[in-house]
Design a protein around this ligand. Sequence first.
Ligand code: PRP
Ligand code: URA
Length: 209
Amino acid sequence: MSKVTQITHPLILHKLALIRDKRTGSKDFRELVEEVAMLMAYEVTRNLQTEEVEIETPICDTTCKMLSGKKVAVVPILRAGLGMVGGMLKLIPAAKVGHIGLYRDETTLKPVEYFCKLPQDIGEREVIVTDPMLATGGSAIDAIAMLKQKGAKNIRLMCLIAAEDGIKSVTEAHPDVDIYTAAIDKELNKNGYIVPGLGDAGDRLYGTK
Ligand code: PRP
Ligand code: URA
């Protein structure tokens, strides 16, 4: 069964409040989303494997630990997920980046697929899917299904705000995928927006409305 982790570090809570505030413009919104993604990356990668390595410091030989095993792929769901990639790469600069293009039809709220480009060795990597908003869960469910169809096996989902309905749907569809979020909001409004949420993440990131 999926594990759901809510990351409530005070710095994340503070920045998330600024992100939610409708007075925050695109420039600050973009910077804050990137900063929160970077802070969350610390927790999302907590269980990556390490191995012992021999290092020579200027003083003596010693044994240290470095990352081992599977490498990471960050896969944003376009467009809004792209806003989290810079922050992730600050902490995991060697990660490869895949892209999945999906938009939610405004009437049916069903995701429509328009792009998919992934690292060739996606099946060998720890995959972190990024999307600030998990609303009905339709987009994340489809993106994860696309990843699995291309061979990905170890997938985790990272968002800023998740609605309870979206969490339930994703965990039912993909019980092997753990979810990391900074906030869990109660409900969706009649247009499928998360309440209280932050509005339309893509539009706020890129100034398109
Ligand atoms: C938003 C968001 C998610 C999706 C969440 O994208 O970034 O991908 O909606 O909704 P769901 O859980 O109900 O599927 P949107 O479709 O607005 O596209 P955009 O990022 O290009 O603006
Ligand atoms: N997509 C968004 O950008 N915001 C929501 O609240 C729901 C879906």
